[in-house]
Design a protein around this ligand. Structure first.
Ligand code: VAH
Length: 319
């Protein structure tokens, strides 16, 4: 990788991934792709080039790839699960028509492509415990439908045209930097903000609802390591299960209370997000990622909680 574009560079993953890629690949170019209304600011804007890059505008994307001699495309453009249920047609347009534009441009210009999948690509019939790498995927959300289709289309472009497409199935991602945008797992971010502010947290996901979760530093490292992996070792491509921790709201609240003893939580279950969460795995088996490209998480729940609370205190109270 040398000249990279991050499409969706101001989102939950993109805002941090762009900065890390610019540090690692300082000899090359890392373009921050964004859409009007979600402009890069601060260090993200000042540390490298930025271009309007709407995945639904193939001409615009192709011009950027030519201008910067892009060799790798991180395609992070997506509506997250709960938003996608409110706007299913827009989600399909961005996630599928946009992906087709990207794959066609990459095929013509020889770019590698990373388009994340998710635990959302699984459905009620998928084994919930130790979810296998290769298993039934019949998601019941529009977000999940687009993620399974993303995996299949990305694999198709690899097998038919030899395109270098690779990806991972992200768990719910937790970060203190950029707020998430309407996901089912976002309660696991919101809880930390409420705890640090000394507020009671109203949890939209029911006790006993286990989901795979991951701290953002591990997720960012996975997105980079998969693209740097030796292609000869890869038996899979789109997309690898990657896991680090699995918990329900009660376990998370207990971890928060160890750092903030007075923390209080009550439940007001959101039926839309609860139905989505119930259809997702409890815990994935990520042995293929470990064997084929050396995946290994570095953060557990205690380490993540300590780091989240420390950094949110700095962010919210300028400590
Ligand atoms: C969501 N955070 O909840 C995203 C993610 C694995 C979940 O795709 O929609």
């Amino acid at each position: 990788m040398n000249n990279i574009i991050v499409i969706g560079s101001t989102g939950q993953i993109g805002s941090e991934l762009t900065m890390i890629l610019r540090k690692i690949y300082s000899g090359g170019t890392v373009v921050a792709g964004y859409i009007p209304g979600a402009e890069p600011r601060g260090a993200l804007l000042e540390s490298g080039p930025a271009e309007v890059a709407d995945v639904r505008d193939a001409r615009q994307l192709a011009a950027i790839v030519d201008k910067y001699h892009i060799d790798t495309i991180y395609n992070l453009a997506a509506l997250l699960s709960a938003v996608a249920e409110r706007k299913p047609l827009m989600a399909w347009d961005i996630q599928m028509n946009g992906l087709l534009n990207i794959l066609e441009i990459a095929r013509e210009k020889g770019c590698a492509v990373f388009t994340p999948s998710s635990i959302g690509s699984f459905g009620p019939e998928t084994p919930h415990m130790n979810t296998p790498q290769d298993t039934i995927q019949r998601p019941t959300s529009m977000y999940g439908v687009t993620k399974v289709a993303t995996e299949l289309l990305s694999n198709y472009y690899h097998s038919k045209y030899g395109l270098d497409t690779r990806s991972v199935r992200f768990p719910g991602l937790i970060s203190y930097t950029t707020l998430p945008g309407g996901g089912t797992t976002d309660y696991a971010v919101d809880i930390y903000y409420a705890a640090v502010r000394g507020e009671e947290f109203v949890c939209p996901i029911a006790a006993g609802t286990y989901m795979d979760m991951m701290y953002m530093p591990d997720a960012l490292r996975a997105a980079i390591e998969i693209m740097e992996a030796d292609p000869a070792r890869l038996k899979h491509r789109n997309a690898f299960n990657i896991a680090s921790m699995s918990f329900d709201p009660e376990i998370l609240a207990c971890a928060v209370r160890k750092e903030i003893p007075g923390f209080r939580m009550r439940y007001e279950v959101d039926p839309v997000r609860q139905a989505i969460a119930d259809s997702w795995p409890d815990k994935m088996d990520d042995s293929c990622a470990r064997q084929e490209w050396g995946w290994a998480p570095q953060y557990d729940l205690a380490a993540m909680t300590s780091d989240m609370i420390l950094n949110l205190k700095k962010k919210l109270f300028s400590l």
